[in-house]
Design a protein around this ligand. Sequence first.
Ligand code: SF4
Length: 302
Amino acid sequence: MQTILEKITQLKKEKDAVILAHYYVPDDVQAISDFVGDSYFLSKKATEAPQQTILFCGVSFMGESAKILNPDKTILMADDKADCPMAHMVSIEKIKEIRNTYDDLAVVCYINSTAEIKSYSDVCVTSSNAVEIVTALPQKSIFFIPDKNLAHYIATQVPDKNFIYHDGYCPIHDRISPEAVVACKEKHPNAKILVHPECPPNVVALADYTGSTSGIIDFATKDRGTEFIICTEEGIGYELRQKNPQKTFLFPEKNQTCQDMKLITLEDIANTLETGNNQVHLDEEMMKKARHSLAKMHEIAK
Ligand code: SF4
């Protein structure tokens, strides 16, 4: 009787598929994936992968980005119900309203947004490259969507721009409170505080390091410290522990879990590869426009 891992390995060969997974999916899914990373890394890998089929273990905007960048490939979502609530927290009407209000404006969308929102934006960013990209833009005013917390963090790094904020947020990062972080630090005074910029500004203010999930992993791996307070989704713990089995990682809130990311199972992966279900389909015209904002991100980030 074939194990689920053997089945997935066989199906990957038969279907010429590569499995890409985000750091927030369950540990066993990360363990069997070909590449695990943050949104920026995964969007690059989707473009570089020689396989004809990409199976995405993540939320829907990730699969959409892979499809936009690789329209001729088959993009499958391990679970097509896994979605990011923040990706839907801004409307096209709002973008039009702001465009009509400000001159010399760039609409900068976080990669955690729908394909439609990307198609109405000038450039896309991830938490790894947002500072670099906003700095490089010639426009003075920046409408940063949908995440207000990331926008506030970028604004502190690029103070000469005029930021227009929106009110979107990630429910998981936004609920990490400074009280919980301080309480954890009191119990572990030597621990360094590592914060994802999707957290509220009063949590970022406590950070020894602020950066993307990849940045947090790199920092914790290279740093001489042995204890770290981690302010992002708890799935990152798998990679942190893999790379640093001798170090301790503490999560200050009781619930730092993205339920959408946790929907994905090994059974989903096997079923999706076998059936070809959950394929990402997008309107051609929308893809063309959204590709411009993603391509601009890759061009500037190069
Ligand atoms: S952790 Fe937050 S930003 Fe990431 S997918 Fe979940 S809800 Fe969206």
